[in-house]
Design a protein around this ligand. Structure first.
Ligand SMILES: C[S@@+](CC[C@H](N)C(=O)[O-])C[C@H]1O[C@@H](n2cnc3c(N)ncnc32)[C@H](O)[C@@H]1O
Length: 303
């Protein structure tokens, strides 16, 4: 049963609408995204931040754009997200770009205790979503949490990993785990960025989604998640993959016989994409899969 099926059956049984908690919501990027995407589930949104200015802005946008989320309700809470005092279970808890503000690097045990408190107030099948700015400190901290939470009974790592085994990137001297998404930069962002000179063409973030659910039994050994950029030379396209069996592998496809558009399509995959290995063969170095093709794959976290 997927998240959505679960929530739907809850509602068909006459239970309350789904409850969403956004911790450190700011002006509401994630609260409003949840309102819009989950409107069909009549979400009851609870947005927590210590900034009353940010909460007021969120309230104004929520009220003035009601037609985008007619079935959603919003309560704002001006409080410390480390101890918000809200009671009851939540189907979805969001902590987007907040954890690093709540707890400094030196406070890792406090941050972990707080994460366990959030997990403990998830409803059955509910999910805790953590996004962090991409960086060694923030992302490796998430990777360590992920490893320790992976053993917590009754919980599973829903994303970004395709497996519940220890993170093969930690300590492997191969960079930190994160996703990169290119997007069409809106004119409004370009305008603001005229003076800020930020790099806005790629969105980069660390991600962890933990679900209150038993982990799936099967490992999807033929799937991998891209954890490095695509490199191309005259003969091949290559990247690094965190594979469904929990191993970190170099993955390469020879490009002889492929057309330019086919090579461009291969090279357009981004860090974080989930792909399927077609007819993989392990090379003599014992760590490189050479494949006949790479196919886009279903990612459980997207459903
Ligand atoms: C980088 S912003 C992220 C805002 C929003 N989640 C987003 O993704 O756009 C971090 C937010 O955390 C809030 N924050 C920091 N420390 C907090 C605390 N102890 N309690 C509540 N909110 C806090 C800040 O006020 C800020 O709005």
């Amino acid at each position: 049963m997927s998240h959505c099926d679960f929530y739907r059956s809850n509602r068909e049984n006459g239970s309350a609408s789904i409850r969403v908690l956004d911790l450190g919501c700011g002006t509401g990027a994630s609260t409003l995204a949840a309102a819009h995407l989950l409107n069909h589930l009549s979400p009851s949104l609870h947005a927590v931040d210590r900034s009353t200015t940010a909460l007021t802005a969120l309230r104004q946008v929520f009220d003035s754009c009601r037609s985008l989320w007619p079935a959603a309700t919003l309560e704002i809470h001006a409080s410390d997200a480390r101890a918000d005092g809200l009671t009851g279970a939540f189907d979805l808890i969001l902590a987007c770009f907040t954890l690093n503000e709540l707890f400094s690097d030196a406070q890792e045990p406090h941050a972990e205790r707080w994460l366990h408190q959030q997990l403990d107030r998830l409803a059955p099948q509910g999910a805790l979503v953590i996004l962090e700015p991409a960086g060694t400190i923030t992302c490796e901290r998430l990777q360590r949490f992920r490893n320790r939470i992976a053993g917590k009974p009754g919980f599973s790592i829903a994303a970004p990993c395709l497996h519940q085994k220890p993170c093969p990137m930690l300590g492997a001297n191969c960079g930190f785990c994160h996703d990169v998404r290119s997007w069409r930069v809106p004119d409004s962002v370009n305008l603001i960025n005229r003076r800020l000179f930020r790099s806005v063409h790629d969105l980069k973030h660390g991600l962890l989604i933990v679900q209150r659910a038993t982990p799936p039994r099967e490992t999807q050994a033929s799937l991998f998640r891209m954890v490095g950029p695509i490199n191309r030379d005259k003969a091949r396209v290559a990247t690094y993959g965190c594979c469904g069996d929990g191993t970190l592998r170099k993955i390469e496809q020879m490009t002889r016989g492929l057309s330019r558009p086919q090579i461009d399509a291969l090279a357009s995959h981004e860090r974080g994409d989930c792909l399927r290995l077609v007819n993989p063969r392990l090379l003599g170095d014992g760590r490189t899969w050479r494949v006949e093709a790479l196919e886009p794959a279903y990612h459980p976290a997207a459903h």
